[in-house]
Design a protein around this ligand. Structure first.
Ligand code: ACO
Length: 318
């Protein structure tokens, strides 16, 4: 049996930066409120670009960095909660524009846990004989938001990032744990599709992202932290790459894990919550900064959590 190994990482952030002060010019909020509650200072916002455009940029960078022929890819998997269309998938759009004609392609919908779910799925394909593939988390969250709702609009940002996996003799994605609790589905909803068939005369519902902020906060600090503790056991871990939603959540999780905060790198101040893109953006930045090195044997844990509710942990030996 062969396994998946990350041989390249890449990210793409749209050019436009919107600071907290920019938002405060037309929204009843302040830099002080946003930073003190979340740690976020600014976010990137995609103007004309859609999710597939950002994911395609990531896919092209991955193929260039690894110097491979797109025809050699067995799969393209995209994690997103903000696809361009319900159909085709973002992954099919990327596959077509990249020229990865031999690759199967599909999207994974697990909100902010999407990248962890997608990478775990990809690893299972690698274990069943596939040789090479791309996994991307990409989001244009800005199109999901009610920009009049200050309690959610200030939290999110756009971006995409991903990894290229190649077959290896030794396991690199050592352990995976994926969880969900659909009974709490209403804690975070987004993109409801109104029933517009001609036989229905019911009322319209809001399609904008709506979140029970306190509920998600408690879920992160209780359920997600408990699962992470169970998942780690006695393992020694070099870095924890947690979903980048809120600085205070990450600090509290580090304390509950009895681990130094230095093991929990953060970049949410620059990007806000980019949902499925947050973990791979962080991974790529750490690789670029030589804090993480591919082939170093460093042990990292990726933990994603969010709408669904869905959450998951992966232990990776780089
Ligand atoms: N600016 C100024 N004031 C605001 C803003 C804002 N942007 N937003 C809310 N407020 C006000 C509220 O109206 C409220 O005022 P009131 O007391 O007069 O009613 C007050 O600030 C406090 O609001 P809370 O919601 O209680 O603030 P809290 O400290 O709980 O922070 C937050 C809210 C940041 C959303 C926090 O609950 C949180 O981070 N939750 C977790 C969210 C998360 O992690 N989501 C990830 C999953 S995302 C995914 O899956 C896509």
């Amino acid at each position: 049996m062969s396994f998946g190994k990350i041989i390249a990482t890449a990210r793409y952030l749209p050019e436009k930066i919107v600071t907290n002060d920019d938002l405060a010019e037309w929204m009843d909020t302040s830099d002080e409120w946003i930073q003190s509650r979340t740690g976020i200072k600014q976010r990137h916002i995609a103007e004309a670009e859609n999710t597939s455009d950002m994911c395609l940029q990531v896919a092209k960078k991955l193929v260039d960095k690894a110097a491979i022929d797109p025809l050699s890819l067995d799969f393209v998997i995209v994690a997103t909660m903000s696809p361009d269309y319900t159909s085709p998938s973002v992954a099919c759009q990327v596959q077509g524009q990249l020229g990865a004609k031999q690759a199967m392609a599909f999207d994974v919908a697990a909100a902010c846990a999407g990248f962890v779910y997608a990478l775990a799925t990809a690893e299972n394909f690698m274990r069943s004989g596939m040789k090479r593939g791309i996994v991307i988390g990409g989001e244009k969250t800005s199109k999901l938001l009610d920009w009049q709702d200050r309690s959610s609009a200030v939290l999110f940002g756009d971006g995409a990032a991903g990894v290229l996996l190649e077959a290896s003799e030794e396991p690199s994605i050592i352990k995976q744990m994926l969880r969900a609790d659909g009974e709490r589905a209403s804690s975070l909803t987004s993109g409801f599709r109104n029933n517009c068939n001609v036989f229905y005369e019911g009322s319209e519902t809001s399609t904008a992202l709506a979140m029970d902020g306190r509920g998600i906060w408690n879920f992160a600090l209780n359920d997600v932290t408990k699962s992470l503790k169970e998942f780690i056991g006695d393992e020694s871990v070099d870095y924890y790459l947690l979903h980048q939603a809120n600085k205070r959540i990450i600090e509290k999780m580090a304390r509950k894990m009895n681990e130094p905060i230095e093991k929990f790198p953060m970049n949410l101040m620059n990007y806000g919550n980019t949902s499925a893109a947050s973990i791979p953006i962080l991974l790529d930045e750490l690789v670029e900064a030589n804090i993480l090195s591919l082939n170093s044997n460093q042990k990292v844990v990726l933990t994603g959590y969010g709408g669904g509710l869905a959450w998951g942990n992966l232990l990776i030996q780089l």
